[in-house]
Ligand binder design. Structure first.
Ligand SMILES: *[C@@H]1O[C@H](CO)[C@@H](O)[C@H](O)[C@H]1NC(C)=O
Ligand SMILES: *[C@@H]1O[C@H](CO)[C@@H](O)[C@H](O)[C@H]1NC(C)=O
Length: 140
């Protein structure tokens, strides 16, 4: 990370963020915690619950009959107008410590009610294809 800027966030759909998700950037944690993995991501989902006292939100998305969820630490994006059932886009650092659940430490939140999610998904997928082809070209 040059000049201490946060890393560029990659798009990850909520259904891609399972416990088996492998992060491409593995850094030592704040306290030299080698077991921690951190990656900057953008993801979105529906708000299932929000606890302002604990600065904790839970996002979920249902897809193909399976519900995927993610816990979010909202300390850095407060106050935020949370409405259960609304869609939010979060940008932040996804942290996975050994033996604990994955947690997204948010540094940006945006309500995306009204956004056509099918179109957003298509855009994310075509951006991925583009980045992949660019990487392949660089290798040649
Ligand atoms: C949102 O949902 C949580 C539980 O999932 C509930 O405790 C809370 O009261 C709800 N908040 C609103 C504003 O409906
Ligand atoms: C939430 O994020 C804040 C700010 O980065 C941090 O100080 C706090 O320890 C985090 N809380 C949890 C439970 O991870």
């Amino acid at each position: 990370m040059a000049f201490g800027l946060p890393a560029a966030a990659v798009w990850r759909f909520l259904w891609e963020l399972s416990d088996t998700f492998t992060v491409s950037t593995v850094e030592a944690g704040e306290n030299g915690d080698q077991a921690a993995s951190v990656q900057s991501v953008r993801t979105y989902g529906r708000l299932a619950s929000y606890n302002a006292q604990a600065s904790r939100a839970i996002l979920y998305m249902s897809r193909h009959g399976t519900t995927h969820s993610l816990k979010v630490n909202t300390t850095l994006v407060e106050p935020f107008a949370a409405h259960n059932g609304s869609f939010y886009l979060f940008l932040g650092e996804l942290e996975k410590h050994e033996g604990t659940e994955m947690l997204l430490c948010a540094r940006m939140v945006q309500n995306i009610d009204g956004v056509q999610l099918a179109l957003l998904e298509t855009a994310v997928l075509s951006q991925r294809t583009y980045f992949q082809s660019r990487r392949l070209q660089k290798k040649q």
